[in-house]
Every structure is written in structure tokens, then in C-alpha cells.
Design a protein around this ligand. Structure first.
Ligand code: GLU
Length: 411
């Protein structure tokens, strides 16, 4: 199988073909502006030294400062981080926010690490990439296995060198410059898009049975937002497995188990299923909200949902994408579906720079407007060119980035 970066570049190529992009501009967007790989030493609580590798890839900065999350995961190698950085370029362009695309990662399993070890690792990683960061250079945010606390440590490590700079990082805790609404923004944004999609295709959102793979920040906020709209969430899962109830899960009950430190599989009133079974479940909307490469050539023909909402980044391989398209399954691509996160980061960054705080109601209104604007642009383009939403999203985003590269004189 092609690696994640090659796969994302397959999508880039299809989008570039549609808009007849020049070979020169293709060369510019196919690779990253800048990549760094750093050694991150962590003194463990038992006195031993753990050496891990960290990466930051700045894929494209033509439209603004590089922007993207930091993930802690054993699979975070250079190709994966490149793929995710490239997706950020297309996501920020599609949502039309003034950022480029970047991503960072540390190849580590953080689940068995103590809070002190995580803090040390985060501070050392930040020290080693600090010269590339800044509110007008590159702005990190949370991603898989990182959260507001991680961002607080990053912001503090950056500020210790440069002076107090909350706008250097987004997804921070509210007490130190975070924005009310940012934590929920990815999940909420995905529900805004799902609601718009249902309206566009004449489907009743209230009648959709939704299965969500992953119950981290994105999956859990989506579940809450759907439950608040009386939409049935029939299955959710996490690393330990999943639960299913055809009549709809009690999301509040699942959340209280998870908030107490448990797994979704500990919640009552549901049947146990595996993550694989969840992907093949009898439902209307399937939401991969965890890791990449979960819908592949091996299982795409078994997906029973009629719509896939990609809340995770790169959950669908190009091979699976073709199978789903041939079968008439509607796929709302990651660069659109989960764009609420970075859009919320843009609002947080703007508030930090202006030193003016918005109420959460304003944040959600602006988020809704941005998501609907992007959804409408993608659907209009897709229908005009008779292509998938993914191809339309990539084509629109590539057009915008290519224009910026040309205007700035690089291609
Ligand atoms: N990690 C999120 C994403 O993949 C958010 C990135 C950001 O806010 O910079 O979109």
C-alpha cells in the first residue's frame, strides 16, 4: 500500500488535473516547504532515558502562517506527518482562513506515560522546534493524544524564550487565552456540515442512525451535538472496542463513564462490537473519528452506511474512496468535515492578537457560517463538474493555494 503522503498526493493530483494546474505549480504543492526531525530525550520517572523522535512539517505557507496540530502516536513518522501537513494546507485554503498547513508529531505511545514525563517531553520537543514557531510563522494545536494541557506547556515553553505569546499556540485552556467553543469546534463543525448535507440531499437529519468510530475529542463532541439534536447515535468505540444499541445509545451515560476515566465498553445498555464491526454496521451515517487508513480496499465494499463523514484525518484510502464512489456512498471529505477545528483555532488566534474575547455564542455563529460557506462552495463545484465532494474540495483548495504561490512570486 502507498504510504499516507503518497495517498494524499493521489487526491492532490486528481484535484490538480480537474483545474488543469501547470506542472510547475504541481511541483510546488507536491512537497513540503520545510521539514524538521528532532531528537527528544525524556528522563522517565524510573530514572532511565527515553529517546523519541519528533517531527514538524511545514507543508505550505503561501496563504499565511503554517498551522496544524501535534500528535503523539507510535505511527507518527515523517510520511504520516507530511500527509497530515498537506491536508492542513488544503483544509485552511478550503475554509478560506489565512493560514498555511503544517503538522507535528512525536513517535511515542503516550498512554503509559506519567504527567511529568509528558510535560518534559512536550517542553523538550517545543525547545527543539521553537525557532520555527511563532504567531506569524507556525502555530501548533492539539491533535491525536494531545489536549489543552499539552498546548499550555507548549505556550509556556515558547513564551519563556520570546515573552508572553498566547497566539503562538491554539487549543489552549480558557484561563490562559483559550477560546470558549474551540474544544467542541471540530465535532460541532462536523455536525453543522452533516446537517447541511442532509438538507441539501433532502434527508431528515433526525432520522439518521449514526455510528462513530472513536470517542476522543472529536467523536465525543459530535455525539453530544447529535444527541442534543435528538439524532440517534447507535454505536461508538475507542481503542478498547465499541458498543452498539440499535435504539440509540444514552450518550450522557457513556460520557459519564469516559469522564470518570473509563472506556466506552464499560457503559451499560449496549452490545459489544469491535472497531471493525462498527465500520460495517447497519447505519445511515458512518463517522470515522479516530485514526487514518481505517476504510481501505479490504472493507470499503462492506460499508453499509449511505454517507461517510470523515471527522478523522485521512480515514479513507484512495482505493476505498473509489469503491465507495462506485457504490454511491456519499463521502464528506476530511478537509471539509473536520475543518471546524482549525477554523476555531483561527478564531482563538484572532482573539489573542486583538486581546478581545468573544462569547461562545459568537464563536459558534461564526463557525457555523464558515462551515456552511465551505460546504456550499464544495457542493456547487462538485455538481458543476460532476465530481466527488473530495475532488471538488481539493480542486478549490489547490486553486487558492496556487494563486497565492503565484502572487508571491514562487511559481
Ligand atoms: N488537529 C486539528 C486538525 O487536524 C486542528 C488543527 C489546528 O487547529 O491547527 O485539523
Amino acid at each position: 500500500m502507498a504510504n499516507a503522503f503518497e495517498q494524499v498526493n493521489e487526491y492532490v493530483q486528481i484535484g490538480a488535473d480537474l483545474i488543469d494546474l501547470s506542472d510547475e505549480l504541481r511541483d510546488v504543492i507536491r512537497t513540503s516547504h520545510r521539514e524538521i526531525s528532532v531528537q527528544v530525550p525524556v528522563r522517565r520517572d524510573d530514572g532511565s532515558l527515553l529517546m523519541v523522535r519528533g517531527y514538524r512539517v511545514q507543508h505550505n505557507g503561501a496563504r499565511g502562517p503554517y498551522k496544524g496540530g501535534i500528535r503523539y502516536h507510535p505511527s507518527a513518522d515523517l510520511d504520516e506527518v507530511r500527509a497530515l501537513a498537506s491536508l492542513m494546507t488544503w483544509k485552511t485554503a478550503l475554509l478560506d482562513i489565512p493560514f498555511g498547513g503544517a503538522k507535528g508529531g512525536i513517535a511515542v505511545d503516550p498512554l503509559g506515560m506519567s504527567r511529568r514525563e509528558l510535560e518534559t517531553m512536550t517542553r523538550h520537543f517545543t525547545d527543539r522546534i521553537c525557532h520555527l514557531l511563532g504567531p506569524y510563522r507556525d502555530i501548533p494545536a492539539p491533535d491525536v493524544n494531545t489536549d489543552a494541557q499539552t498546548m499550555a506547556w507548549m505556550m509556556d515553553a515558547y513564551s519563556a524564550r520570546e515573552g508572553y505569546t498566547p497566539a503562538a499556540v491554539t487549543g489552549k485552556p480558557l484561563d490562559i487565552g483559550g477560546a470558549p467553543g474551540r474544544e467542541a469546534a471540530t465535532g460541532r463543525g462536523a455536525v453543522y456540515v452533516l446537517a447541511a448535507a442532509c438538507e441539501h440531499w433532502g434527508l431528515d437529519l433526525g432520522k439518521q442512525r449514526v455510528a462513530i468510530q472513536g470517542f476522543g475529542n472529536v467523536g465525543s463532541w459530535m455525539a453530544m451535538e447529535l444527541a442534543a439534536r435528538d439524532v440517534k447515535v447507535v454505536a461508538v468505540s475507542d481503542v478498547n472496542g465499541g458498543i452498539h444499541n440499535a435504539g440509540g445509545l444514552d450518550i450522557e451515560a457513556v460520557l459519564s463513564v469516559v469522564r470518570a476515566g473509563g472506556s466506552v465498553v464499560d457503559a451499560a445498555h449496549a452490545d459489544m462490537i469491535s472497531n471493525d464491526e462498527l465500520l460495517r454496521l447497519d447505519c445511515d451515517v458512518l463517522v470515522p473519528a479516530a485514526l487514518g487508513d481505517v476504510l481501505t480496499g479490504d472493507n470499503a465494499d462492506e460499508v453499509r452506511a449511505s454517507m461517510v463523514v470523515e471527522a478523522a484525518n485521512h480515514p479513507t484510502t484512495p482505493e476505498a474512496d473509489k469503491v465507495l464512489a462506485d457504490r454511491g456512498v456519499r463521502v464528506i471529505p476530511d478537509v471539509l468535515a473536520n475543518g471546524g477545528g482549525v477554523t476555531g483555532s483561527y478564531f482563538e488566534w484572532s482573539q489573542n492578537i486583538q486581546q478581545f474575547r468573544w462569547k461562545e455564542s459568537r464563536f459558534n455563529e461564526e463557525l457555523h457560517a464558515k462551515m456552511i460557506e465551505a460546504f456550499n462552495a464544495v457542493v456547487t463545484f462538485a455538481e458543476a463538474h460532476d465530481v466527488s465532494l473530495r475532488t471538488a474540495a481539493f480542486a478549490l483548495a489547490i486553486e487558492r493555494v496556487a494563486r497565492a504561490e503565484t502572487l508571491r512570486g514562487y511559481a
